[in-house]
Design a protein around this ligand. Structure first.
Ligand code: F6P
Length: 331
């Protein structure tokens, strides 16, 4: 069987279809290379002394893990010198990271969550990296926070890596969603899941049920109906999965369907996940695979961001289920 590497996949989209330019290709390859380095660190665990707390807090006031800090540094170091970026932004940094003055600047903005699902690091459960690429409005000028304030529809690329039993890279350039597996023998991502499609119907939901008492009525109604199973209004039994790593939950949904929800609730009034480097890239990936993504009321990709670390409610996955939850919000 002929194997298509990530590089070949990207070159084909650059040369044949003009979908990306050389700068964007280099940017995606660089992010993928950083993900390989993070994957190696994650897989070494205690042997490399990367587990446990870093002893610092991030901008959200959350305690950082050593691997949060290491992954952030790997992504910054890999991307700052390529000449294709105007600025970077990360969950782990309060403000956008400016490209050091001795390096050239480019036309793109890169946002990332360096290590998603970090509560799972120390317990050997899959974690990942999420990223989103925008064009810098000023086309290469010094980019501040304002330059990042673009809706998800403006993303030119989005992707995530899952560091699980295999390391997977999922990528969209706006022409479908494609999955690559890291071949550790040649240290290369190989296209193994071209054109992923999320089934429209599902019998599987993912939500942190421990928050149930705080949910709003539409979410409570949807989950109650799922739990009622065959005898309830849905007339079928549902299964539940919650990895607590969005990357792993979304990867499962891309593979076999399902709905993922982190709704707003009485404790997290704006939702818990971050719009710009979690919800937006995942929404584009899911939509490009035939699924849907809303905050309960609006399409996530059309929300106008107000700040870099903005939180948002997230409901995404199989189209019919997402539309059902959205209709309960409108009722
Ligand atoms: O950063 C967000 C995150 O770790 C997601 O990856 C995951 O879906 C969610 O938080 C888990 O939240 P909880 O700890 O409430 O289950």
């Amino acid at each position: 069987m002929k194997r298509i590497t990530l590089t070949q996949f990207l070159i084909e989209r650059q040369r044949g279809r003009n979908l990306i330019n050389a700068d964007l290709r280099l940017l995606i390859e660089t992010v993928a290379r950083a993900c390989k380095a993070i994957s190696t660190r994650v897989s070494k665990g205690a042997l490399a002394d990367v587990l446990g707390a870093a002893g610092t807090d991030n901008v959200q006031g959350e305690a950082q893990k050593k691997l949060d800090v290491i992954s952030n540094e790997i992504l910054l170091e890999a991307n700052e010198w390529g000449g294709n970026l105007a600025a970077l932004a990360s969950e782990e940094m309060d403000l956008p990271y400016r490209i050091p003055t001795h390096y050239p600047r480019g036309e793109y903005l890169l946002l990332f969550d360096p290590l998603d699902g970090s509560s799972n690091i120390d317990v050997n459960i899959a974690v990942g990296t999420i990223f989103s690429v925008l064009r810098c409005p000023e086309g290469g000028a010094e980019a501040d926070e304002k330059a990042f304030m673009q809706p998800g529809t403006a993303q030119v690329a989005a992707g995530f890596a899952v560091y699980g039993p295999t390391t997977q890279l999922v990528l969209t350039l706006g022409d479908g969603t494609h999955g690559f597996t890291l071949d550790r023998e040649i240290y290369t991502f190989v296209l193994t899941h071209p054109d992923l499609r999320i089934p429209e119907e599902t019998q599987e939901f993912a939500i942190n049920v421990s928050n149930m008492r705080r949910w709003e009525p539409p979410v409570k109604r949807y989950i109650d109906e799922c739990l009622a199973g065959k005898d309830g209004p849905r007339g079928k039994d549902f299964n539940m999965r919650w990895v607590a790593s969005m990357v792993a939950d979304v990867y499962r949904i891309l593979s076999r369907g399902g709905i993922f929800m982190y709704p707003r609730d009485a404790k997290n009034r704006d939702g818990r996940l971050r719009l710009m480097y979690e919800a937006n890239p995942m929404a584009l990936i899911v939509e490009q695979a035939g699924g849907a993504a809303t905050d309960g009321r609006s399409r996530i990709l059309e929300l106008q961001p107000q700040k870099l670390h903005q939180r948002v409610a997230v409901i995404l996955g199989s189209k019919n289920e997402v539309e059902r939850v959205t209709s309960y919000h409108a009722a």
